[in-house]
Design a protein around this ligand. Structure first.
Ligand code: SAM
Length: 266
């Protein structure tokens, strides 16, 4: 089964329910769960790359949406030392299989699996969110990701992107695309920038992680991007790097960056 990719399934016109029936076997085919995505496991080298790209480590709580046999959640804990991982899958058969795998690998103290609809679960505590779903499902999840996950949460998807929200990084591994997004803090609005002993009025606009702004109404303004709570922008060919904290942005040390400035919401 793993030789077939989910992308090849996505291009078929068969109803997902029928595909699910075919994929999960005759015993379940009578009353298959109404899956939004059929079960196709991510190949192990791609799992490894997804977790590497997300820089999973000991401070991380990972949630895998549509967790299949549990391989991503188990590997996060076992191979990358994540402090805990949760897999959510609608198919009870997959949850049973994942729980058996976690038991066999001796990681049940850190890895749990829940049966349920990924759209109904609270995922706001995730530090890393992983997905191997479909474009349509990713797009339904996009507002949830942007509005409920903490700024700085890493989101990694195998094969399917998030539409016009460009990834912060992407790679191709063994022919499979892997995408990384870092949830941006919301920074749009009116700011007062204190710089070189002067106050400037700055109007920031934001589209996902990309930020543009007008300074004192001048058409040539600033352009930059959010990486979690960090705002990095250039203005008059000078680099500024700041950390957003509530209604303040304060300069932080960075190579070649201007120091001694601060901004607060007007
Ligand atoms: C392509 S598989 C990915 C499995 C695993 N994440 C991996 O990468 O190996 C998609 C999984 O999503 C599950 N699924 C489909 N619709 C779902 C839904 N609405 N809520 C939760 N899980 C769902 C399927 O049962 C299947 O196990």
């Amino acid at each position: 089964m793993s030789v077939l990719s989910l992308r090849s399934f996505a291009s078929l016109t068969l109803p997902v329910g029928l595909l699910a029936g075919l994929l999960i076997g005759p015993a379940q085919a009578q009353q298959p769960p109404r899956l939004d995505v059929p079960y196709v496991p991510t190949p192990e080298p791609v799992v490894a790359h997804m977790l590497k790209l997300a820089e999973v480590g000991p401070d991380d709580y990972l949630i895998d949406l549509g967790s299949g046999d549990g391989r991503i959640a188990i590997s996060a804990v076992q191979d990358h030392g994540a402090k805990a991982a949760l897999g959510i899958d609608l198919d009870p058969e997959r949850v049973r299989e994942a729980e058996e795998n976690a038991k066999r690998e001796g990681v049940t103290d850190k890895v749990t699996f829940e049966q349920g609809d990924l759209f109904q679960k609270d995922i706001s505590e995730a530090d890393v969110l992983t997905m191997y779903l479909l474009s349509t499902v990713n797009m339904r999840l996009r507002p949830v990701i942007l509005d409920t996950l903490k700024p700085g949460t890493r989101v990694v998807s195998h094969a399917f992107d998030l539409g016009d929200w460009e990834p912060d990084q992407s790679d191709v591994i063994n022919g499979s695309s892997v995408y990384l997004w870092i949830v941006p803090a919301k920074v749009a609005g009116q700011w007062t920038l204190e710089l070189d002993g002067k106050s400037h009025q700055v109007e920031l606009e934001q589209r996902f992680q990309k930020v543009t702004g007008k300074v004192d109404g001048h058409p040539v303004g600033l352009s930059g991007q959010m990486k979690g709570n960090e705002l990095r922008f250039t203005l008059d060919d000078r680099l500024y790097v700041g950390q957003l904290n509530g209604d303040r942005i304060e300069a932080v040390p960075a190579d070649g960056a201007q120091q001694g400035w601060v901004a607060h919401r007007s």
